[in-house]
Design a binder for this molecule. Structure first.
Ligand code: C2E
Ligand code: MG
Ligand code: MG
Ligand code: MG
Length: 296
């Protein structure tokens, strides 16, 4: 009897696993057609300085399959990476981010020195044609590359540190600002970081949410900010949701904040409306403490 039960269990388990595999395959299939069907769009989430003024934004990819609910990037980005679709999709993202910048430049309340952050996946970053593609997309859009920030994670860099460093240096030479995303969740050592041309550390939201859950959480964030300072990097906090998190971060000298406390990611028309409502007279020219437009 016990044996039967065991067998049923195994059977149930593999059925469950098969269902997951099937769903992933179906999503990969839909994802492949989604580009041609124009089902992707970029949302913008503002980034705010300690003074309360907007200085930049992050472009976040959205996939809304026709007649269906939006699919979370947390679900489809890994599948796009596995299937290689991230390469054409990543090009689409950068092309559209540049077009958004062109449109934003027409907005009369765009802060001086405004920059737009674009997420770059590991597979994209290590592709042999990555730099070439970036140059082509930027030059055909006509935007100033100093308006772009690339958000990379540690996985982009771990696999080949030397070629990774060379790619980062080329991007910086073009004027693109380099940010390390999800900082505090990976394995980066101080030694690795100090030898890489990175302009900004973006502290992961899990650390930010820890600010309110005890003194240890505060200590960690304080240490992350101090580390960035010691390496002359700008610090961004992501996932800021509450006033208590904000006031702690401002007090500790965090340069830039991003999170639901200020605004959720939104389509371009909403974002320009947000800029028009949130730009106080005379604040347009204010820049972050460390000037974002200058490559290190
Ligand atoms: P990420 O780059 O770390 O982006 C931050 C995520 O946190 C976004 O989720 C954003 O909507 C969410 N967020 C912002 N503020 C808050 C907050 O106050 N509270 C909470 N709980 N969440 C907040 P999203 O848009 O679902 O994206 C998830 C991940 O998918 C991103 O993490 C990034 O790794 C990836 N992703 C998104 N767009 C792109 C893209 O265009 N290209 C690539 N390669 N990856 C992307
Ligand atoms: Mg990001
Ligand atoms: Mg992040
Ligand atoms: Mg993340």
């Amino acid at each position: 009897e016990a044996k039967d039960l065991g067998r049923n269990r195994v059977c149930l388990f593999s059925k469950k696993r098969q269902a997951i595999v099937d769903r992933t395959t179906a999503m990969a299939y839909d994802l492949k057609k989604a580009l041609a069907r124009n089902e992707f769009s970029l949302y913008l989430q503002p980034q705010i300085m300690g003074t309360g003024n907007v200085c930049s934004a992050e472009a976040l990819l959205r996939w809304i399959p026709a007649g269906k609910q939006p699919v979370s990037p947390g679900l489809f980005i890994p599948i796009a990476e596995e299937t290689g679709l991230i390469l054409p999709l990543g090009e689409w993202v950068l092309t559209n981010a540049c077009q958004l910048l062109v449109k934003l430049q027409e907005c009369r309340n765009l802060p001086t020195g405004f920059t737009l952050a674009v997420n770059i996946s590991a597979r994209q970053f290590s592709d042999d044609h990555f730099l070439e593609k970036v140059k082509a997309i930027i030059s055909s859009s006509g935007i100033d590359p100093r308006r772009l920030k690339f958000e990379l994670t540690e996985t982009c860099l771990l696999h080949d540190l030397d070629s990774g460093r060379a790619t980062l240096e080329s991007l910086q030479q073009m004027g693109i600002h380099i940010e390390l995303d999800d900082f505090g969740t990976g394995y980066s050592s101080l030694n690795m970081l100090k030898n890489l041309p990175i302009n900004t550390l973006k502290i992961d939201q899990s650390l930010i949410h820890g600010i309110e859950t005890g003194s240890q959480g505060k200590t960690l964030v304080r240490a992350a900010i101090a580390m960035a300072r010691a390496m002359s990097m700008t610090v961004i906090a992501e996932g800021v949701e509450t006033e208590r998190q904000e006031s702690f971060l401002v007090e500790e000298g965090c340069d830039i904040m991003q999170g639901f406390r200020y605004a959720r990611p939104m389509p371009l028309p909403d974002f320009t409306a947000y800029l028009n409502e949130n730009t106080r007279p005379g604040s347009k020219g204010e820049k972050p403490r460390l000037i974002v437009l200058e490559a290190r």
